[in-house]
Design a binder for this molecule. Structure first.
Ligand SMILES: Nc1ncnc2c1ncn2[C@@H]1O[C@H](COP(=O)(O)OP(=O)(O)OP(=O)(O)O)[C@@H](O)[C@H]1O
Ligand SMILES: [Mg+2]
Length: 264
């Protein structure tokens, strides 16, 4: 902790600039993320959360401003960023251990080292006994755990997660939240976590960056200084939840008003 890992300085993102279908997705995002920090990005639908994540991933470029990783402007994707999205991107024709080892194989890591690393990760995600199972035989939560293990396999510096638990049922999601809390406490990976769930954000994060309605700015940053493990029934939890929901609801209603205006 203490070093800035990711820094966004007056970042703007316009899609299709100059074209009739131009969209100003992000107006001005300035945000510092410290090494080891778990940061949730929260905001109304369409405000540019995924766009911001894609830019940190190097798949899109800001149209103004600068986005830095370790002090260097981000210029394209790299293996130092592990990615987990909502749709499980596992290879259906490969068993769990092969799926997890994918990045290691590409990087030419020795078989012995692959085996060691996969065993460690299987342990971390609690899927002992499923090494030779195909994805189709796994539940949604298990698949998502394999996706997380695969993202962690080549020991990235940061983890980028876009609504990774969005498709899971409530119980599985609760389990995944506590698993991810534990994994973060073990690995201390700097994590950017996009979610629509205020609850998820408070349970997991050191910091929550609340995006305004599009074109987005950072509306507020909440430092969540509650001890782990956290529960939704904690006094501190409820106080944060109320404050964040109020702030978010204002942006959601601005988004809906904007849609009504442009429809009418
Ligand atoms: N490739 C693209 N080309 C043009 N416009 C895009 C592209 N990707 C996103 N947009 C637009 O940019 C804006 C932000 O989209 P983005 O997907 O980043 O929002 P989001 O906050 O992740 O939304 P959600 O919560 O619904 O996932 C939207 O208006 C969207 O239509
Ligand atoms: Mg999105």
């Amino acid at each position: 902790m203490g070093n800035v890992k990711i820094s966004a300085e007056k970042v703007e993102k316009r899609y299709n600039p100059g074209a009739p279908n131009e969209v100003l997705a992000i107006e001005n995002i300035t945000l510092d993320i410290q090494d080891g920090e778990f940061v949730a990005l929260l905001g109304p639908s369409g405000c540019g959360k995924s766009t911001f994540l894609f830019m940190v991933g190097g798949f899109e470029k800001p149209t103004e401003g600068t986005l830095r990783l370790n002090g260097q402007p981000i210029d394209g994707p790299g293996a130092n960023r592990g990615i987990v999205f909502q749709e499980y991107v596992l290879f259906p024709w490969q068993v769990v251990s092969k799926n997890i080892a994918y990045g290691l194989r590409i990087a030419g890591v020795s078989q012995a080292e692959q085996d060691r690393r996969v065993a460690e990760l299987i342990n971390m995600i609690g899927l002992q006994g499923f090494e030779s199972a195909y994805p189709e035989s796994l539940s949604g939560g298990m698949k998502q755990r394999v996706a997380i293990a695969r993202a962690l396999a080549y020991d990235p510096e940061i983890l980028l997660m876009d609504e990774p638990f969005g498709a899971l049922d409530a119980q599985t999601r609760a389990r995944m939240i506590s698993d991810l809390t534990r994994i973060h406490a073990t690995t201390h990976k700097t994590t950017l976590f996009v979610t629509h769930s205020v609850e998820e954000a408070i349970l997991l994060s050191d910091k929550i960056a609340l995006f305004s309605a599009r074109p987005s700015r950072i509306k507020r940053v909440f430092e969540i200084d509650l001890p782990h493990p956290r529960r939704v029934t904690d006094d501190g939890f409820v106080t944060f939840e109320r404050e964040i929901l109020e702030s978010l609801e204002q942006e959601v209603s601005d988004t809906l008003d904007g849609r009504l205006d442009s429809a009418g």
